[in-house]
Design a protein around this ligand. Sequence first.
Ligand code: AGP
Length: 609
Amino acid sequence: MCGIIGYIGEKEVVPILLAGLKRMEYRGYDSSGLAILGDDGIVVKKRIGKIAELEKEINGAKIPGWIGLGHTRWATHGIPSTNNAHPHRAKGGDLALIHNGIIENYSALRLDLTRKGHKFTTETDTETLIHLFQEYYRDCSLEEAVRMALKKVNGTYGIAVISRDEPDKIVVARMGSPIVLGLNKNENFVASDMAAFVEHTRDVIYLNDGEMATLYKDKIEQYSLEKEHIPLRVDRITFSVDQIEKGGFPHFMLKEIFEQPNTVEDAMRGRLLEDEGIAKLAGIEKHSKALTEAKRIIIVACGTSWHAAMVGEYMIEEFAKIPVEVEYASEFRYRDPIVEPGTIVIAISQSGETADTLAAMREAQRKGAVCLAICNVVGSTIAREADAGLYLYAGPEIGVASTKAFTSQITVLALIALFIGRRKRMSILDGREWVKEMKALPQKITQILEHNSIIKEIAEKFMNEKNCLYLGRGYNFPIALEGALKLKEISYIHAEGYPAAEMKHGPIALIDKNMPVVFIATKDATYEKIISNIEEVRARRGRVIAIATEGDEEIKEKAETVIYVPEVPHYLLPLVTVIPLQLLAYHIAVLRENDVDQPRNLAKSVTVE
Ligand code: AGP
């Protein structure tokens, strides 16, 4: 979704906004713009394309001012164009607005405003908003005009507005889209993501839905849409600037893939007790009885988080013997789901801002379920609204294609399975074995990363393919789905993942010498079965790439290419078998000269429906 930033203070505004926009570029990157309020009124610069294009447009020109708004766009209403880029203006250019979200009733509002003589020059829903503010901005303060106008609005928004007539403030409001404020001496910030201003301040305020704030240079006032005063609650950011730098890697995605030995370790740090063979999860401890006695667990998520949820289903059902259902959040929220007493709902979201997952969790809460969350972004909306939850502690994930967050999500789900399993049926020996195996994972992932250059060579063989199938069984089935998603989203090659046995029921018709098939064929209970599936593909001259267990010589006869992973227990296989698939997709995308960190048409967190 879009990224917004606002600054009021004494420093030169343009460099601060441009740097902040670059930090949020992963949120949306089809066009961008700035609005600077100075002695000459509001100056707007905007341009289609990446922030670099906007920089060219500004071309180092000094735009004097003390207040500024910046926006990077992920188009929802109106094509990516310079004209549709934000900021949008009204009142002869004396009012400017940036917006992240969707105004659902914008066409009705626009019709009414047109009747009142307003002229619209863009296709965006956002332009309707600034004209609506203008409509109310008569004989009252900017915040009062915005507050009254927002009462007419249906939809989601994270906005910041400035006015030439009140050149000492930025007015912001939130409904459904993230807004975080940054506080510093004689300057204040607003942004969709704290990464945009972390190099200036670590003191932040998270706005909740239905809240507004007015930012002055030296103070912030927070209040509701009902005009109730809200005392400021300041939190402190924990991550550092270098965590949001590439650290010498060519892409954030590759850096994040190589961070996984540490991030998997960080996800379990202080949460595993070896002697007792248990998981200690303070974040959900108060719900341990409800979890252990749960009749049913529903996991809601989207995209890669949904694939992690599927692995969680396998683990919790096998070791805690509680029925688990994995639901697409977007379907769950509108399906009037059955949520009986004794149902626990787990929402999984890296960003903690995915609109469908947030709404699914709210729907479950409305139906009386205890809702736990597994999130990475500290202070995100899902994390704050859940009844309890666990953070991944994976640090900021900048690459749009999720990698380290995925393995950390699976690590945390393994901890939850152990947490419940040891309370219900697993013996202390089982538990100790589990803890020992989990603690060995970072080293094993490091071993796989040493194959990076081999995997790059394999990528060269498959970089021009048009299609690809990924097949796995059991715990590796969700990894087949994840491998296919990674390839799709960054290489733009059409790829599909299937349970290997499902292939015979249709997809096998796709197999010929031009169809690479990635088999996740590690040594586990279904090994013999998957070897037969490989034979079925070879019989139709499909090109087989196998992810296999170290020491498996037999598979070399069966596959054109083999990538080995260290041996682990079947329930931890996803944490090793996904690594080569992340690297394979990464190298194929780089070889195809795609923008790996910001793939076309995607955004890091999907804050609209
Ligand atoms: C994964 O690589 C994608 N970026 C996308 O599928 C993502 O997993 C999905 O949008 C869910 O995001 P979340 O975990 O932040 O909720």
